[in-house]
Design a protein around this ligand. Structure first.
Ligand SMILES: [Zn+2]
Length: 423
C-alpha cells in the first residue's frame, strides 16, 4: 500500500471519529483514487454518507463493500438496518440471511432475522386466538374477521358478514358453537371476482340473517344498518363518498371534521381499505403494499369496521371504545399492535401513499422517524419528509420545517393532509 493512501485512510478515520463526516469522506475518496481498497475505509465512508443523510449513496456503499469483501459481517448488519429503516423488510431479511450463510453462528444476525420473521410468521398464521372467559377461541384470519368478532363480542355488531371459500366453513361452525350464534351461507352473485365464492353471515337472529343475505348484492342495498354501523356514518358514506371514486374518503372525512388537531386514534381508518379501495384495479398495488409490511397484517389495522362520518363522530367513538375494551380483554397482543400503528400522526395522500410519523415533543407537529406500516409513497416525497422534523398545516398546504428553517410545501398529488391521531 502507498504510504500517502495509508495516511489518508488514517486521517479519514480520525475525522469520522471526531464527528466530521464530510472531511472523512473527502479523505477516503482521495485514498480510493490512489488505489487504496480496504474494507475498513469503505466501511467508514459508507457510514460517513449515512451521517450526511445520503441514504442512496450509503446503500450503494454498503452493497459494494459486501461485494468486494464478502467476509465483512458488520456491513451486512448495517445494510440490513438501513434497509429496515427504509421499509425494505424483505431486502433486509435477505441481507441477514446472506450474513448467516457466511457465519451461521452470528448471534446478532440471527436475532435480527428472527425479529423480522416473528412478525412475518404471525401474519401468516391462519388464526387469531381470542382469550374468552370459557377458554381460547380461534378466529380464522379471513380479511378483517377477527376485528369483526371483537366488535360482535363488544355488542357493537349484531351481524358479521364476510366472503369465504368452501374450505373456510368448518372454522365458522366452531365460532358459532362457542358464541352461540347462527350462520347463514349464500352463494356470491355470478360474475363477482375472487376465490371466495360464498357469503357468510353470522349473528344471533337466523331470520335477520336470511333477510340480509337476500338483499346483499341488490343494487340499493345499504348493509350499514344490519351490520350495526352508526346511522350518521352510513348516511354520510352513501351521500358523500360512494360516488366520488377519485377522492379518497379520508380526505372527505377530515374536511367534515371540525377540530382537526389531536384526533382520536380509535377512529383511524387510514389502513382500512374495505368499501374504499376498488379491489380490481388496485389488486397489484395492494399486494405491493402488503409486501412492504411483512411483519404486519394490514387487514387487521383498524378498530372500527366502518368509515366514520367525521373523526369526531360521537356514535362511532362510543362504539370504538366498546370494541377497544373487548380487544384489550380478548386479544391483548392485537390490541397493542393496533395502538402502536394507529395512535400516530400520518401524512396522507391516498390509500397506498402515506407516511406514519414518530411523534416528538415540540411545537406544531414535531416528528422523528417514519414508522410502520410503510407505504408506496414516492421516494422523492419520502426523502423530503425525512429531511425535516416538523410539519405545519397552513392555508396553502402542508409545510415542512427543519429546526428554524422553512423547507417549503411538501407537495405531491393530491395535496397531502396531516392526520394527527394522537388523542
Ligand atoms: Zn357518524
Amino acid at each position: 500500500m502507498k504510504p500517502k493512501g495509508e495516511s489518508l485512510v488514517a486521517s479519514g478515520a480520525a475525522h469520522f471519529n471526531a464527528g466530521r463526516p464530510r472531511e472523512a469522506l473527502a479523505d477516503f475518496e482521495a485514498a480510493f483514487r490512489l488505489g487504496v481498497d480496504r474494507a475498513d475505509a469503505r466501511y467508514f465512508s459508507a457510514h460517513a454518507r449515512l451521517s450526511l443523510g445520503d441514504i442512496p449513496a450509503a446503500l450503494d456503499a454498503f452493497t459494494a463493500l459486501i461485494r468486494a469483501f464478502p467476509a465483512h459481517l458488520p456491513a451486512y448488519l448495517d445494510l440490513a438496518s438501513l434497509l429496515h429503516r427504509e421499509g425494505r423488510l424483505l431486502d433486509a431479511a435477505r441481507t441477514l440471511r446472506a450474513a448467516l450463510k457466511r457465519d451461521p453462528s452470528h448471534a446478532e444476525a440471527r436475532r435480527r432475522l428472527a425479529e423480522l420473521k416473528t412478525g412475518g410468521a404471525s401474519a401468516a398464521k391462519a388464526f387469531i386466538e381470542l382469550s374468552l372467559p370459557d377458554g381460547p377461541l380461534r378466529v380464522p384470519r379471513l380479511g378483517n374477521l377477527p376485528i369483526e368478532v371483537l366488535a360482535l363480542l363488544a355488542g357493537v355488531k349484531p351481524v358479521i358478514h364476510c366472503w369465504a371459500s368452501e374450505a373456510d366453513l368448518p372454522s365458522f361452525d366452531e365460532l358459532c358453537r362457542r358464541l352461540r350464534l347462527e350462520k347463514f351461507v349464500f352463494p356470491r352473485a355470478a360474475g363477482s371476482r375472487g376465490a371466495e365464492r360464498l357469503g357468510v353471515l353470522i349473528g344471533r337472529d337466523a331470520a335477520a340473517l336470511k333477510k340480509t343475505a337476500r338483499q346483499w348484492e341488490g343494487e340499493y342495498f345499504n348493509p350499514g344498518q344490519s351490520l350495526g354501523y352508526p346511522v350518521c356514518c352510513t348516511r354520510w358514506y352513501y351521500s358523500h363518498v360512494v360516488d366520488k371514486k377519485d377522492d379518497d374518503l379520508v380526505h372527505s372525512i377530515l374536511r367534515h371534521t371540525r377540530r382537526k388537531k389531536d384526533l382520536p386514534w380509535v377512529l383511524n381508518n387510514v389502513f382500512y381499505f374495505y368499501s374504499r379501495v376498488p379491489s380490481v384495479q388496485a389488486g397489484a398495488r395492494r399486494q405491493k403494499l402488503f409486501a412492504k409490511n411483512p411483519g404486519l397484517d394490514l387487514d387487521l389495522l383498524n378498530l372500527i369496521t366502518w368509515h366514520p362520518c367525521s373523526y369526531r363522530c360521537a356514535p362511532s367513538l362510543a362504539k370504538a371504545a366498546a370494541i377497544w375494551k373487548a380487544a384489550q380483554r380478548a386479544a391483548p397482543d392485537l390490541a397493542a399492535a393496533l395502538r402502536a400503528c394507529l395512535a400516530r400522526p400520518v401524512v396522507f395522500w391516498d390509500w397506498s401513499r402515506f407516511a406514519v410519523l414518530e411523534r416528538r415533543a415540540g411545537p406544531d407537529l414535531s416528528y422523528g422517524a417514519i414508522e410502520p406500516p410503510f407505504s408506496l409513497l414516492e421516494a422523492r416525497l419520502l426523502s423530503r419528509l425525512k429531511g425535516a422534523d416538523r410539519a405545519v398545516t397552513t392555508s396553502s398546504g402542508l409545510e415542512l420545517w427543519k429546526g428554524k428553517t422553512r423547507l417549503g410545501l411538501l407537495g405531491g398529488s393530491p395535496a397531502p393532509i396531516l392526520l394527527d391521531f394522537s388523542a
